[in-house]
Unconditional design. Structure first.
Ligand SMILES: NC(=O)c1ccc[n+]([C@@H]2O[C@H](COP(=O)([O-])OP(=O)(O)OC[C@H]3O[C@@H](n4cnc5c(N)ncnc54)[C@H](OP(=O)(O)O)[C@@H]3O)[C@@H](O)[C@H]2O)c1
Length: 357
């Protein structure tokens, strides 16, 4: 019997890419969304796809309880709000995958490991370029090594954009991510936005500026390395001294509930113009240092970050549907190792290496 893989938010940018990547892997997805007409329009372009219309994530949870798919892939952010009720609906019958990339949502999902194990199901969070690209490098660098002293990870996504609005899911995720105090977890303090800017020289010789962005990468790198000190940085963080100077005020304002709600509504309506991806490749980078002074550095290279996200979530779901997971809650490379990304058109490289051996 064919496995049933549901894509929640199947009409969105990420959801459509996940669906296309499932089809490439021989899985016919069920697209779940709020608007039947939009769902039908998207499904017409996804061979073998069927649809389930549900007006809200609460209604989606009800449908999951009732119809018990094998795997649910949640692409409806902000995940700090949507994940928990959906996970509760999934356990004990359904594996759960999401694209969360903020510290709070990722940590909250990983805290459910015992509950998932008791239900003999698998929860995977961070199944996108954000989290998996750098996590995979850290896992590879730390294989067979003792706990590290410190780690810096840098993610450099490059993705094409289509014409359209930012949308409420992405807007809420971005604003909540900025406003999050980045709670320290297990003794791990989150770096502040814009901290520790640096210029990275990529394996292809080009240079890109990155700076601190306290995202889910931080949690995954900490768990993979055991390092008490972790910096997560990105080319998407502001690196200009002027912007960094006013950031603390902006972030403080966003912590006021009314300001945050206003910012989400306005950002959701902002129109983005179609554009090609700015660089040929997206990159994940990690540098790990141990107490004896030894260091290791590595890179992950892929193409469009959105396509990688779709491929990664689809690959994880396909493996879970095939019974290849383990009960519990994981980030992608913690569950399937650093070779998982190689099934998603990505390669690991050493510094200066342009082609994998
Ligand atoms: N980890 C990563 O690397 C990574 C990569 C890509 C995206 N993401 C995350 O994935 C999320 C989606 O991003 P996106 O660019 O795909 O956004 P998007 O294009 O706006 O799509 C959002 C989808 O969620 C649905 N949706 C929005 N609000 C909803 C609600 N309240 N109830 C039910 N459905 C709702 C939308 O349905 P309608 O059609 O009904 O509006 C749409 O299908 C964001 O949180 C983003 O940060 C993470």
């Amino acid at each position: 019997m064919e496995s049933k893989v549901w894509v929640l938010g199947g009409t969105g940018r990420a959801g459509r890419e996940v669906a296309a990547q499932l089809v490439e892997r021989g899985v016919h997805p069920v697209l779940v969304g709020r608007n039947a007409a939009r769902l039908a329009e998207v499904a017409a372009r996804v061979p073998g796809a069927t649809t389930v219309a549900a007006a809200s994530t609460d209604e989606m949870a009800e449908r999951i309880r009732h119809e018990r798919p094998d795997v649910v892939i949640n692409t409806v952010g902000p995940f700090a709000e949507t994940a928990l009720p959906l996970v509760r609906a999934c356990l004990p019958t359904t594996h759960y995958v999401d694209l969360a990339n903020d510290v709070d949502a990722l940590s909250a999902l990983l805290d459910l490991g015992e509950e998932a194990a008791a239900a003999d199901r698998t929860l995977v969070s961070g199944a996108g370029f954000g989290v998996a690209a750098t996590e995979s490098v850290v896992v590879k660098l730390c294989e067979g090594r003792p706990p590290a002293a410190d780690v810096r990870v840098d993610m450099l996504p490059s993705l094409g954009m289509e014409d359209g609005q930012v949308g409420e899911a992405l807007a809420a995720t971005l604003v909540d991510g900025l406003a999050s105090p980045g709670r320290s977890r297990g003794g791990l303090a989150a770096p502040r936005l814009g901290d520790q800017p640096m210029t990275l020289t990529l394996p292809d010789g080009s240079q890109v500026k990155t700076a601190g962005l306290p995202l889910g990468e931080l949690v995954a790198a900490h768990r993979a390395s055991g390092a008490p000190s972790v910096i997560s940085a990105s080319s998407e963080a502001p690196t200009s001294p002027t912007v960094r100077a006013v950031l603390p005020l902006g972030v403080a304002l966003l912590r006021i509930h009314a300001v945050r709600s206003f910012a989400k509504r306005r950002l959701a309506q902002v129109r983005v113009k179609a554009r090609e991806r700015p660089r040929e490749h997206s990159w994940g980078h990690a540098r790990v240092r141990w107490a004896d002074g030894s260091t290791r550095e590595g890179w992950l290279r892929t193409g469009d970050a959105q396509i990688f996200t779709g491929a990664l979530a689809a690959e994880v779901a396909k493996r879970l549907a095939a019974g290849e997971g383990r009960p519990g809650a994981y980030t992608p490379a913690a569950l399937f190792g650093p070779t998982l990304v190689e099934s998603c058109a990505a390669v690991h490289l050493a510094p200066g290496e342009l082609n994998p051996r």
